[in-house]
Design a protein around this ligand. Structure first.
Ligand code: FAD
Ligand code: NAP
Length: 347
């Protein structure tokens, strides 16, 4: 029997964004089957309303009630497409929780995404900003994805090249936002994956676990170490509303970096190997005096243990959080001459 989609109207989306910002959506549709969505698209497009794809709402700042049709991705399933002696290709439903996928792969000793443990959100959103942490980015294991073109109603495949991945970026983030609904993602994982321990705190934690807890030097230990570090330093959105890092780390060319480092010899930096340098935005915001800042006029603030994370202490509106973010940007620009750009998608 053909399933049909249930469209809800005037829905609160406070529970669908990890900032916990109150707003409503004109219409909301939970999608658990791509065929059902494809079959309904002709009718849905006749409403002439924008589509707004959402996964876990963990990289979104909502500043207005949403006019249009929110498409909640709840498409499940993990399938092994191809298995060879050294690698495996899997296809994963866009609505699978990212961390569940990491656990699934670590349990089978399929390596490549263990450094990305505990990143909130869904698999379908992972390519949008080419999620990254602890020296690993999604694109390193990405094979291809399948998306529904919401403008034409067609199913399309995107290769690695088509996605135009960059630092917290892809073709979907700025060039074609909201046009494609990602329904499936293919990843290539390794059975004997090399461990990626270039980030100091991760390496130290893994070494300590091996030394003091008899843990093996393998991807399960790396994944567990990442979880421990993240739990110790990042706020849990179910306790304190946030969207992770609000800004991207600025990258300076050699000339700008030389001028910056002359004035701020104590600033941390990472050479990217192509003549440019990454400066941690958290350091810039902390130096600007905003770590732990809490607005006197609203519930918007900056996390006390991590200056890159804006937090909602209760009833901050999206606009109050946006106003605070603009104040941070302006102060950093004034103090350091550096522009920090939001990583979070702002609606
Ligand atoms: P959403 O927030 O729902 O959506 C984000 C964007 O993707 C929106 O533009 C939305 O329209 C689009 N989108 C979502 N699903 C689809 C789909 N199926 N098809 C098309 N478009 C879609 N990010 C990192 O990269 N690294 C980290 O280490 C990291 N740590 C975090 C820690 C915390 C505590 C939090 C709260 C966030 C963190 N993030 C991190 C940000 C966030 O978790 C990721 O960007 C994640 O991939 C967002 O997934 P989501 O399903 O919640 O996407
Ligand atoms: P951190 O370890 O305090 O380091 C600060 C910044 O320095 C990071 O943003 C990281 O850049 C960079 N860095 C650290 N070690 C590096 C190395 N060896 N080589 C190159 N760059 C290095 O960072 P953190 O805030 O606790 O986060 C740890 C990791 O989790 C980072 O990779 C971060 O991106 C990720 N994370 C992301 C979010 C998010 O919402 N996007 C939230 C929490 C954590 P990169 O960010 O480029 O890696």
């Amino acid at each position: 029997m053909e399933q049909s989609l249930q469209i809800l109207s005037d829905v609160s989306i406070k529970g669908y964004n990890t900032f916990g910002v109150a707003a409503s959506a004109q219409h909301l549709l939970e999608v658990s089957d791509e065929i059902v969505l494809l079959n309904s698209l002709y009718e849905l497009r006749s409403f002439k309303l924008p589509f707004l794809p959402i996964g876990g709402g963990s990289n979104l700042l909502i500043t207005n009630d949403l006019e249009g049709i929110v498409l909640l991705n709840r498409i499940k399933g993990i399938r092994c497409i191809e298995e060879r002696h050294s690698e495996v290709i899997i296809e994963v439903g866009g609505g699978v929780i990212w961390h569940d996928l990491v656990n699934y792969c670590v349990e089978r000793n399929w390596g490549g995404i263990e450094n990305l443990a505990l990143i909130p959100g869904t698999v379908g959103a992972a390519p949008i900003q080419n999620i990254g942490a602890y020296g690993v980015e999604l694109e390193q294991v990405f094979e291809e994805l399948t998306a529904i073109d919401l403008e034409t109603g067609e199913l399309c495949r995107f290769s690695h090249e088509d996605c135009q991945f960059g630092y917290r970026n892809s073709v979907f983030k700025y060039e074609q936002p909201k046009r494609f609904f990602i329904v499936r993602v293919r990843l290539r994982l390794l059975k004997n994956a090399p461990l990626r321990l270039s980030y100091g705190r991760l390496r130290e934690t893994v070494e300590r676990m091996v030394r003091e807890e008899n843990c093996s030097l393998n991807i399960a230990t790396v994944s567990e170490a990442v979880c421990r570090i993240r739990r110790s330093k990042l706020p849990d959105p179910s306790v304190l509303g946030n969207s992770g890092s609000f800004f991207k780390n600025p990258v300076l060319d050699a000339k700008d970096f030389e001028a910056f480092s002359k004035q701020h010899a104590n600033a941390p930096f990472y050479a990217l190997g192509d003549g440019s340098y990454k400066v941690p935005a958290a350091w810039l915001i902390e130096q600007a005096g905003f770590k732990g800042y809490r607005s006197t006029e609203s519930d918007a603030g900056v996390y006390e243990q991590h200056a890159l994370i804006l937090v909602n202490h209760g009833n901050a509106s999206g606009n109050e959080l946006l106003t605070l973010s603009k104040r941070l940007q302006a102060t950093v620009r004034e103090k350091f001459g550096i522009t920090i750009a939001p990583e979070v998608t702002i609606w």
